[in-house]
Design a binder for this molecule. Structure first.
Ligand code: FES
Length: 195
């Protein structure tokens, strides 16, 4: 039985999906959203199960998932720190903020900490240029940021769940994940990816 990294086989995903949705092709996006919520990303086993259950091709499932920025094919951190690299934010210091948060977490933009607690992403523009520089922590937009205020956000997220507190020397333990390498970019619900 094909088993995913999150422990669910294709059959198990199919059963989970069948418990929530009718086997109709029009449920493709809701099913993908369900899987993304359940697993935090779209495991290949779930993609196969989705195609089988909804009776659509896997290429169609991957094609739709690839089109929307909300879907991810690899695991991401529990907390996502997204730094805007747009012009307005850049001229107000976003590059320094990004550099400092990378240093703090010990990972590059696009990376995920080895303990899967934090990922750093970037976006071309949040559309909130008047608030530049902008950092989004999970789903909360923080305007007029500095390195220190962003650092406090990371600390607060970590302290809210003590076991998430960044380690003292994260740089020594950091590694760049394949997932995060492709994770940069704007992440709005059902916002098409730029190709
Ligand atoms: S450039 Fe950062 S919000 Fe527009």
């Amino acid at each position: 039985m094909k088993q995913g990294s999150n422990g669910h086989s294709t059959l198990q995903w199919r059963q989970k999906i069948a418990g929530k949705f009718e086997p109709l092709p029009q449920y493709l996006i809701p099913v993908l959203q369900f899987v993304q919520t359940e697993a935090g990303y779209l495991p290949p086993e779930a993609m196969t199960a989705t195609a089988e259950y909804l009776r659509v091709s896997e290429s169609k499932v991957y094609g739709v998932a690839s089109f929307y920025a909300q879907f991810h094919f690899e695991p991401r951190g529990r907390h996502i720190i997204t730094v805007c690299r747009g012009t307005a934010c850049h001229v107000r210091g976003s590059a320094a903020i990004l550099k400092d948060v990378e240093k703090k977490l010990g990972i590059p933009a696009g990376g995920t900490t080895p303990d899967m607690n934090f990922s750093i992403e970037t976006v071309a523009c949040f559309g909130s240029c008047a608030l530049a520089p902008v950092v989004v922590a999970d789903t909360t937009v923080h305007g007029r940021q500095s390195s220190s205020s962003t650092s406090r956000i990371v600390d607060r997220l970590a302290s809210e769940t003590p076991e998430l507190e960044p380690k003292k020397n994260p740089a020594k333990r950091a590694k760049r994940t394949k997932a995060a390498a492709s994770a940069a970019g704007g992440k709005k619900i059902l916002k098409p990816k730029k190709h």
